[in-house]
Design a protein around this ligand. Sequence first.
Ligand SMILES: [Zn+2]
Ligand SMILES: [Zn+2]
Length: 389
Amino acid sequence: MLTTLYNHFTTLYSSISHLSPSLAADHALKQEQEVYKKSTKLTYRNAVIQSVAALKRRSPPTSLSHPSVGTEDDIKLRLDQANSLKSFVLSPFHLQPLVLSTEAMQNWGFMLDIPDGPGGEQPTLEGKLKRCERCTQPFQVSRTGPDTECLYHWGKLQTTKAGGEKVRVYTCCSRPAAESEGCVHGRHVFYESSLQDLHSRHPFSLLRPPSPSSKALDIAAMDCEMIYTTGGFRVARVSLVDARGKEVFDELVRMDDDVYVIDYITRFSGITKENHAKATLTLSSIRKSLDKLINSDTILVGHSLENDLRTMRIVHHKCVDTAVLFPHKAGPPYRRALRDLVRENLGKMIQTGDASTGHSSAEDALASLDLVRWYILDKQKPKGSTSNS
Ligand SMILES: [Zn+2]
Ligand SMILES: [Zn+2]
């Protein structure tokens, strides 16, 4: 019976066995013990057969933290945890201790003040010279242009080991950093980080103060998708979920007058020319609509929330950030990827869409809220009990 279980675990784990060669043996042993404990001489054989049938129904794992990895008890425990997560309603009482201090906000690149001047005086840089974010060449910003003007890598540089040596390769094409100028063609694009520049494209403002006449959420998780335009890297979709994880806002953003889209970067944003054509509200109108949902007292939750606030031109002081709660071991400015944190802590896969679908800000807003719930539940556990994931 143990051999049968072992053979089926080996088959299931074939794609990840190189990551942990003894995993199939470990889990087969543990699974057999679980079955043994729950059965009698009469029912044992049948119980193992049922376990094998359940193993056959699992989808092949792609990583060690994939939901298909583990014994039946492991998986049930993860499911129970996910359910307790769903029924756990966050309150400001839970979140207040996690709100970033002024010092932490500065360390993590959050804005504290609105830049000087009214802002919004130069929404687009069409005709101006900028340096391309992708290929580093100078170019003249234009709403039209050949799709082949820029040769670049769309992936990030990642350190991997090849033949015992560390090499920096691009995640898009696995080519080493020094070897090629790019693997795809597209338009030249630019990105601005200076607050004064961002302010002159579209003005920053605080969220409205609380008022007795209009209610707002005390907690909301926010995520945005961004695209390249003649006015820089701009917000194109905004999603908000409430403290229960219910979606309360999900809108595409129409560009301001005179601002034209250069690249929808669909593989990252999930936004296409076709769906973006349906956007009716500009950022100013979106901000007005959001005034009904959030105010300066709302605790905003997000992952690398400073980016979302910046692109939304919001200055806000009550922020909980999962990039800070689950820091990269190298410290800021390094950040763990949201999808890795979700996979490791919640045993869930997000952003699994292929190049044509990209991210979904609604999914990511919920994921950051779930991570915060997990973080708080995990902290409440008695010391010594360990999480399974
Ligand atoms: Zn590449
Ligand atoms: Zn370029």
